[in-house]
Design a protein around this ligand. Sequence first.
Ligand SMILES: Cc1cc2nc3c(=O)[nH]c(=O)nc-3n(C[C@H](O)[C@H](O)[C@H](O)COP(=O)(O)O)c2cc1C
Length: 197
Amino acid sequence: MDAYELITTRRSTRAFREEPVPEEALLKVLEAGRHAPSGGNNQTTHLLVIRNQEILKELAEIAEQEFAKMEIFPDTYKSLAGSIRASKKGGYVFHYQAPVLVLTANRRDYSNNIADCACVLENMMLMANALDLGSVWINQLKWLNESERVNEVLFRIGMKEEERVYGGLAIGLPDTEDGLPMRTPLPRTGNPVTFTD
Ligand SMILES: Cc1cc2nc3c(=O)[nH]c(=O)nc-3n(C[C@H](O)[C@H](O)[C@H](O)COP(=O)(O)O)c2cc1C
């Protein structure tokens, strides 16, 4: 695939096979993420790669319990409201049972923390597409990034005291008919472009 095709065929995959992501492919995805640009070349994005299924289960259960306690207001962000509703119902697993979840953490007091994490995440999504891996951005632990219960787990697995999660990526072998990630581009109805010549 050339660069344009790689970018325009990147789609979110939300169904994963149970088997692990081949090590070599995962390392390439992570390296692609590490090569993202960063404000002032700070390179402070910390990639927490979670493959331990017990930890993923623990995080999914805590997240469900935390969301279930929240109220939905008329101005609650649509996707957050969806997580709250699904958690109140029960059985909510925010990472779609992917075998790998990469959380992007960064310094809490750094003004480009979200932007730098987003660059890392996009690089990883594109690399995953190039390698026929499925991936989807996972924002639930960003919404819960001040939850003591979530952070207790994340500190245990290596997040630093001064860091918080600003995004995440579920990665796995796609559980699709052809075994390939979703690739049909969505129509572009937004993201307008205004030229001034
Ligand atoms: C900032 C951001 C947050 C997102 N959070 C989630 C999420 O928590 N869970 C999810 O399933 N998809 C999430 N997505 C994926 C979007 O829903 C998806 O990119 C969008 O619907 C367009 O579909 P596509 O990725 O297949 O092109 C997120 C995407 C972005 C950029």
